[in-house]
Design a binder for this molecule. Structure first.
Ligand code: BGC
Length: 476
């Protein structure tokens, strides 16, 4: 029965051709275009921390909290809206609209006249971050050759990490060039520069092909043929139609007529739990709070000086993140999702415990070194096995008929978990003390190891149609 199901879900006809293609330069170009939102995701979620102290409005605690964590809430809302919209209107249209919202949000933040306008503009940016994160890897999974889908999707994570790093570097550069303007022009420029990649992405995305799998699923055969043509694959409209008929025949043979079959629900739950662990194990603690936590250990002069040393620390961690993500890119299709995730979470346990030990038992220079090295390797473990793997499986494990909704639902869970940990961390820190909180995070990462070992199936090198059947089989 299981083998039969797998056979039923073989990629067929023109989709098989798509899966077996070599990834040309154009495929990488499209991937980067799809992932510009990832860059802005990284840039916009970390940029607030750099400029917050210099925004000259009288911000209440609530408004300040909203500016920092509210992006995650806005992103959750953006992700949930994107699901039904992208299944209805396509991946490309949504990606273009997202880029437009990014650009408007960044420009409004730069030219903002009061706190209310700033909050509205940052909410717009948050919505775009969430919507883009919901769709990017789904779009990639729908055209990527099966044996390169992992690497292509990891580009999303890479762009996120580059966005985070660039946000620190830009802030450092601007504060260094014009230290006298931190409260006037600098923070506006730091926000506004996000519009540049957004506008470029909007223009270039307008010329990208729509997802061939989505078009086929919607019965738009002539457009499917054209999308294939743009990807360098010549197929006739009849061949596209035959593939669609074959897919329909396979679907009819499977007794279960529901779109959300038990296997799809299982895949959804597994991706959501993976995302919850991706967030609650604390990756954003060193990113959002690390510079602040370590700031006490650096001698600092005025506000600009201490902001600069905080940013330098963040930039070091950000660079480690970018470099380590390269290994995810390199090994995700060779070693596979499961092994990388197991190793990633296991590394997070070990290095968080080491950093916690540094916080609890050391002082002075030794403390800085151990905590920075611990955090650095914790981030590297996340980057190699956990960050990109989460966004990859979010894009690849659902069937085309519900991919938009399911991927968006999972992205929403990611953003809500992100919000929860960012908001709860300060309270937990006060209640238990930093080293105990770090041990709790390490324990959660240990639970994640057990979860991955027990539930995450290997999906490397399979066609997206076959991936679905792996979950159906697990469920049976
Ligand atoms: C996570 C973000 C995190 C980033 C760090 C992403 O996969 O979703 O919350 O800030 O990785 O690189």
């Amino acid at each position: 029965m299981a083998a039969e199901q797998e056979r039923h879900n073989e990629a067929v006809g023109v989709l098989q051709t798509l899966d077996g293609r070599k990834a040309s330069g154009f495929y990488w170009y499209l991937t980067v275009l799809a992932c510009v939102g990832g860059f802005l995701f990284g840039y916009d979620t970390s940029v607030v921390g750099s400029v917050l102290n210099f925004i000259p409005y009288n911000l209440s605690d609530l408004a300040t909290g909203y500016l920092v964590a509210g992006a995650s809430l806005g992103a959750a809302a953006g992700a949930i809206c994107a699901g039904p919209l992208t299944d209805r209107f396509g991946r490309k249209s949504l990606l273009i609209i997202d880029a437009l919202i990014f650009a408007i949000g960044a420009l409004l933040s730069a030219f903002t006249v009061n706190a209310a306008m700033l909050i509205i503009s940052r909410t717009l940016v948050g919505l775009a971050v969430g919507a883009d994160s919901a769709i990017a890897t789904a779009y990639i999974a729908e055209f990527a050759p099966a044996n390169k889908r992992g690497s292509l999707s990891i580009v999303q994570q890479w762009m996120i990490t580059v966005g985070i790093l660039v946000s620190y570097l830009i802030a450092l550069l601007i504060f260094a060039v014009a230290p006298g303007a931190v409260r006037t022009a600098d923070w506006r420029l730091v926000f506004g520069l996000g519009a540049v990649p957004a506008i470029i992405a909007m223009l270039l995305r307008a010329r990208m092909p729509e997802s061939p799998r989505w078009l086929l699923h919607r019965g738009r055969y002539a457009e499917t043929r054209d999308a294939f043509g743009k990807l360098g694959i010549e197929v006739s409209e009849d061949e596209v139609r035959e593939t669609a008929d074959e897919l329909e025949r396979q679907a009819a043979e499977q007794q279960d007529k529901r779109r959300w079959t038990p296997g799809v629900i299982r895949a959804f739950v597994i991706v959501c739990v993976f995302f919850i662990f991706q967030q609650i194990t604390g990756i954003n603690v060193p990113f959002y709070y690390g510079p602040k936590l370590l700031a006490g250990l650096f001698q600092s002069g005025g506000a600009v000086d201490s902001a600069m040393s905080g940013l330098e620390t963040a930039a070091i961690l950000g660079a480690v993140n970018v470099i380590a993500t390269f290994f995810a890119f390199k090994y995700i299709d060779r070693v596979g999702r499961r092994k990388l995730a197991l190793g990633g979470f296991a590394g997070m346990v070990i290095f968080m415990v080491i950093a916690a030990g540094g916080v609890a038992f050391l002082s002075g220079g030794a403390k800085i070194v151990v905590v920075m090295v611990g955090f650095g390797l914790f981030i590297a473990s996340f980057a190699i096995g956990v960050g990109g793997t989460g966004w990859l499986i979010q894009g690849e494990v659902f069937p085309t008929s519900v991919r938009g909704q399911a991927a968006a639902g999972a992205a929403t869970v990611n953003w809500l978990s992100n919000f929860a940990i960012v908001v709860l961390f300060p309270t937990m820190n006060t209640a238990f003390g930093l080293s105990w909180v770090m041990l709790i995070l390490a324990f959660l990462a240990l639970l994640a190891v057990a979860f991955v070992a027990r539930y995450l199936p290997e999906t490397k090198n399979l066609s997206v149609e076959q991936v679905v059947s792996v979950f159906e089989r697990q469920r049976a």
